[in-house]
Design a protein around this ligand. Structure first.
Ligand code: SAH
Length: 219
C-alpha cells in the first residue's frame, strides 16, 4: 500500500499556493484553510509529487483530471460551504474536491460515472480520514434521489445544461454551482439559488474549462 508522507517542504509549497490563490481573488478564509490542510500531492501519482502544488490541473485515470486548485477554490467559495451542509458532488475524480468539502465540515455525497475511478477510490486509504464522505457509482444527471434534498450541489464536469433532476434534489434556499457549456470548449460558471419549489435564480461568473459531463455509466 502507498505510504503517504506530508513533509515540511510540502506544507511550505501549500503555503505558497494559498498565498497565490488569495492574490487571485479567493477571500473565503475557510476555503483557504481547507486548501492549506489537504495534502494535494496524496491525490496524484508520485511522479507528480514535485509539481503537485502548481496551480494547474493534472491527469488522473481514464483521461480524467484533478481540477486546478484555483478552480476548486473558486467553486468552493461560490458554494458558501457551512459546517454540516449536506452536499452532493457530481464527478468524484481524484476525491480532492470531496476532501476539501469534508475538511470544511460538510457531509459529502459524491458520484462518479467511471467504474475504474470509483473502484480505485475505494482503495485510497487517505480518504478514511473523512468519515463524512460517501462515494457512489452512477450517472450524476440522475443525482441521488434517496438522499435528497441537499443544501448544496457542486458539479465538477462541463454540463451541457442545468440538470433538471438536480434542481429537484436541491433544498429551497439551496445553492448549486455548475459550469455550463458556452461553445468553443469553455464553460460559464453559474450559481443557482432555488427560490421556491418551481423557481430558481441564476448568477453568472467567469469562464472555465472542464472535462465533459457525460450521460450514463462507464463500466
Ligand atoms: N472533483 C474532481 C474533478 C474530476 S474531473 C476532483 O477533485 O478531482 C470530472 C469527473 O467527472 C471525472 O472523473 C468524470 O469521469 C466525472 N463525470 C463526468 N460526467 C459524469 C456524470 N454524468 N456523473 C458522474 N461523474 C461524471
Amino acid at each position: 500500500m502507498r505510504k503517504f508522507e506530508d513533509t515540511y517542504r510540502h506544507k511550505g509549497l501549500r503555503n505558497q499556493l494559498v498565498k497565490l490563490l488569495s492574490e487571485k481573488g479567493i477571500t473565503n478564509q475557510s476555503v483557504l484553510n481547507a486548501i492549506q490542510n489537504v495534502p494535494r500531492h496524496f491525490f496524484l501519482d508520485t511522479a507528480f509529487d514535485k509539481i503537485a502544488y502548481e496551480d494547474r490541473a493534472f491527469p488522473i485515470a481514464e483521461g480524467q483530471t484533478i481540477s486546478q486548485p484555483y478552480t476548486v477554490a473558486y467553486q468552493t467559495q461560490l458554494l458558501q460551504v457551512e459546517k454540516s451542509d449536506k452536499i452532493l458532488e457530481i464527478g468524484t475524480g481524484s476525491m480532492y474536491q470531496a476532501c476539501v468539502l469534508a475538511e470544511m465540515g460538510a457531509w459529502v455525497y459524491t458520484i462518479e460515472r467511471h467504474k475504474k475511478i470509483f473502484d480505485q477510490n475505494k482503495l485510497f486509504s487517505f480518504k478514511n480520514k473523512y468519515l463524512t464522505i460517501k462515494c457512489f457509482f452512477g450517472d450524476g444527471f440522475e443525482g441521488l434521489r434517496t438522499f435528497a434534498p441537499f443544501d448544496k450541489i457542486l458539479i465538477t464536469a462541463a454540463a451541457p445544461f442545468i440538470p433538471p433532476k438536480l434542481i429537484e434534489q436541491l433544498k429551497i434556499g439551496g445553492l448549486m454551482v455548475v459550469p455550463v457549456d458556452e461553445g468553443s470548449s469553455s464553460q460559464r460558471m453559474l450559481r443557482i439559488t432555488k427560490v421556491s419549489a418551481d423557481a430558481y435564480k441564476e448568477e453568472s461568473f467567469d469562464l472555465f474549462s472542464f472535462v465533459p459531463m457525460l450521460t450514463g455509466k462507464n463500466l
